[in-house]
Design a protein around this ligand. Sequence first.
Ligand SMILES: Cc1ncc(COP(=O)(O)O)c(C=O)c1O
Length: 401
Amino acid sequence: MSVAEQYQAFKQLGLKLDMSRGKPAPEQLDLSNVLAEALPAWHAADGTDARNYGGTVGLPEARALFAELLDVPAAQVVVDSSASLSLMHDVIVYSLLNGVPGHAPWVREPVTFLCPVPGYDRHFAICEARGIKMINVPMHDDGPDMDLVEKLVAEDASIKGMWVVPKYSNPGGVVFSDAVVRRLAAMKTAAPDFRLLWDDAYRFHHLGEHKLAVANILDACAEAGNPDRAFVFASSSKITWAGSGVAALAASPANIAWWTRHAGFRSIGPDKINQLRHVRCLKDLPTVEALMERHRQLLKPKFDAVLAQFQEHLGDVPGVSWTQPQGGYFIDLVTPEGAAKRTVALAREAGITLTPAGAAFPYGVDPKDSHIRIAPSFPSLAEIDQAARGIALSLKVALSA
Ligand SMILES: Cc1ncc(COP(=O)(O)O)c(C=O)c1O
C-alpha cells in the first residue's frame, strides 16, 4: 500500500482522540482516590480550623511538605490553591503593577521576557495577554543558549524576566545542567529587577530508571549575590489531581514577603481543606516518590509505544527526528521545515487532535514550522499506539505532497 492509501485506511478507523494537552489519564488520577476519604478532621497541627478563612501563606504542614519536596526552608515557601500557573500569572501582574521589592512597576517601561523555545504555550500566552514582548532563545540539550541569554540580558534593560522549565521541559524534555543553572543565577543583567520564572512542573516526573536532579536555583542565586532573582513554582497537578491539587511558590524571604502582601488583596486565604488532604496523603518525599513510580509505570509504556511507532514509520525519513525524554509529559516531534502545520491538519482529519503547530513558540509562530508536541499520557495504551501510527502517516503524507 502507498502512504496515501495507508493514511486513507487509517482515516476509515474513525478514531476520535484528543492529544492536545498533557493531561493525566483516568488511571493516573485513580492513584490518588484516597484523597476523597482523607479528611478525618479539619484542624491543622497548629489548631487552625481549615474550614475557615485565613492563612495566605498556607498551612504550616503544607509549607513543610513543599519545603521538603523543593529542598528549601519552609519559611521560603507559600502554599496556595490548585494551580501554579495562577501563581506565575500573579507574580507577573504584581510585578507589572507594583514592581518587585524595591523597584518601580515594570509597566512604566516596555517589558520583555526571554523565552526558551520550544517552550510551554501557556507561559507565552500570559506574556501576550499582559503586553509583554517575547524574544525566542534556542534550547540546547543542557538548557537555553546561555551565550545568547547572557548577551541579551546584559544589553537590554527592558528584559525583566525569563521563563524556565528546568527539568523535563515542556515539550523538549530538556534537563538543565549545573553549569547552566549557575550561569542563570550569576549572569549580569542590565535590569536590576530581572526575575527568573522557574517552573519546576516536572520535578518528580521521571520516565527513566534514573531520577535526574537539577541544581537548587535559590541556593545558586544566593551564592551568586542575587538572592531575589528566582521565583520557583510547583504543584501537585500531575502528582495527585490536575486542577484539584495544591500549588507552591518558593523564593527569597524578601520575595515571599512581597508576594504575601499582594496576595492578601486577592484572597482571604487558599483552600486549606485541600492542603490538609494533600498533606495527609502525600506525607513526605519518599511517599511522593513512591506515588510517582506508579505514575511512571503507567506512563512509560505509552511513551515507549510512541517512540516505537515513530521508529518503525519515520526512522528512515530524512529530516525527521524526535526527543527521547527521560521524564515529563511530552515528546517533541521535529519535522522538515514547513511540514508541522500540514501534519497536524492531516492528523486532525484522521481523528487525532494535536496541540496546534506553533503553540510551543511565542505568538504561536514556529519560524521553521517544524515542531509538533506529542502528549502521550491521556489516551489508553491501545489508542496511543494507533495514534502514533496515524501521526507518523500524517507526516509522511505531508512530506509527499
Ligand atoms: C511547564 C508547565 N507548567 C505548569 C503547568 C500547569 O501547572 P498547574 O496545573 O500547577 O497550573 C503545566 C501543565 O501542563 C506545564 O507543562
